[in-house]
Write a protein that binds this ligand. Structure first.
Ligand code: NZQ
Ligand code: ZN
Length: 390
């Protein structure tokens, strides 16, 4: 049952192959000082940087830059950005990049005027900045599809000292005020990252879909999105510059994790918890960690939700159901997921991402156990899933 909820989302989206023409307009509502954040330099190679700078100039902004935001952004880098934002008294943080850069902007915004222990309070204890704390607004220019960070409050940060990678979902105050979504900007994303992004989208949907056993509109929406992601992935793998496929992937990514399909759902997120722990140990690409553990995880929990997995097989993978038990169908659905992971070239083994047998205990210890899925895992079950994913 859907139950009671309030739904609103403050992010204005500008979508399409001319979306960048709206940057100047989108910047108008904010003060003159902008902190421009971006990653390791891809935006300088593909021309996006120039377009953004031109728009900033046209809007009459004074720009300070923080570059070098790494994939899986670190606490140290957040604290550096927070200091620069504060010292320059910026009015807006403009993040140009993928999930790492946009997550980073949220973290910098939350940390800039916070006087306590940023890591302990926001990420470990999952507190929210106080209502009277100054929050710097954020704008996003998305260059890679996957995380949904462009329209949510998520900010996943890695503490390298404690080897913990934790996601904090901030309230609407920290969500981007606007996001520019030009699918053409994703054409230059390397294939490995494109595939990781595609699997990340699929995983976000599955994390929400594999929970609860009621009849819920959210599940029908999730099934439609999964079918779109699978169909578009098959086109994009063969033809990365296929605008139709890349635009479907970008739009699906946004809707996969902007809270819409989570309404009325308990939500699982254990694949993400295990994936984050793997990244904390190996620095592996987020989406690949999810692909590498998903099959073992879903085989493990399937007996606790046979009907839901049978529905997944039938509706999402279009597996014929005649003369099959739900159990058989459920198992064939996970086989189809495993085959798709291979087909698109996502990771099937965590060893290919740098995980070694001696790390498994530490990864299991760093895995946060949640209770929204079909089976609450214990430490030994996490170890078993990791071993089966090696
Ligand atoms: O750093 P640059 O040089 O820009 O290169 C990036 C980076 O190396 C490159 N790239 C991005 N756009 C490109 C491009 N290269 C060429 N052309 C372009 N147009 O791609 C690489 C990966 O970028 P990154 O931002 O790290 O990828 P992604 O979008 O997958 O973000 C991953 C981060 O988001 C977190 C992950 O844990 C990870 O830290 N997540 C955030 C979530 C959220 N906010 O809700 C949820 C997710 O589950 C996820 O945990
Ligand atoms: Zn993810």
């Amino acid at each position: 049952m859907l139950g009671n909820f309030i739904y609103s989302n403050p992010t204005t989206l500008y979508f399409g192959d001319q979306a960048q023409k709206n940057i100047t307009e989108a910047l108008k509502g904010f003060g003159p000082k902008v902190l421009l954040t971006y990653g390791g330099g891809s935006i300088k190679r593909n021309g996006i940087y120039e377009q953004v700078c031109e728009a900033l100039k046209e809007a009459g902004k004074q720009v300070t830059e923080v570059s070098g935001v790494m994939p899986n952004p670190t606490l140290g880098k957040v604290l550096e950005g927070a200091r620069i934002a504060r010292e320059n008294n910026v009015d807006l943080i403009l993040a140009v990049g993928g999930g790492s850069t946009i997550d980073y902007a949220k973290a910098v915004s939350a940390a800039a005027y916070y006087e306590g222990d940023v890591w302990q309070n926001f990420w470990v204890k999952q507190k929210e900045p106080a209502a009277d704390q100054h929050i710097i607004p954020i704008g996003a220019i998305l260059t890679m599809a996957g995380t949904g960070s462009e329209m949510n409050g998520g900010s996943v940060i890695t503490n390298e000292e404690t080897k913990m990678k934790i996601g904090k979902v901030f309230s609407q105050r920290l969500m981007p005020k606007f996001a520019i979504l030009n699918p053409r900007y994703t054409f230059s994303v390397p294939r490995y990252q494109m595939v990781a992004g595609i699997f990340d989208i699929m995983s976000h949907i599955m994390e929400q879909y594999f929970s609860g056993d009621d009849d819920n509109t959210s599940d029908y929406l999730a099934e439609g999105l999964m079918r779109s992601v699978i169909a578009s992935s098959r086109v994009a793998i063969k033809d990365p510059e296929n605008y139709e496929a890349r635009s479907n992937i970008m739009w699906s990514a946004t809707w996969a994790l902007n809270t819409l399909i989570g309404e009325g759902k308990k939500e699982d997120w254990m694949v993400h918890m295990i994936g984050h722990a793997i990244s904390a140990y190996t620095h592996a690409t987020h989406g690949m960690t999810l692909a590498a553990v998903s099959v073992a995880y879903y085989r493990h929990i399937m007996p606790y939700a046979v009907k839901r997995f049978a529905r997944f097989a039938k509706v999402v993978w279009e597996i014929p159901s005649q003369n099959k038990s739900d159990l058989q169908l459920a198992s064939e659905g996970i086989d189809a997921l495993a085959a798709w992971i291979k087909e698109i070239g996502a990771a099937s083994e965590i060893s290919s991402l740098g995980a070694t047998p001696d790390m498994l205990e530490g990864i299991a210890d760093a895995t946060i156990i949640l209770n929204g899925g079909y089976k609450v895992l214990d430490h030994d079950e996490v170890i078993k899933i990791l071993q089966e994913s090696l």
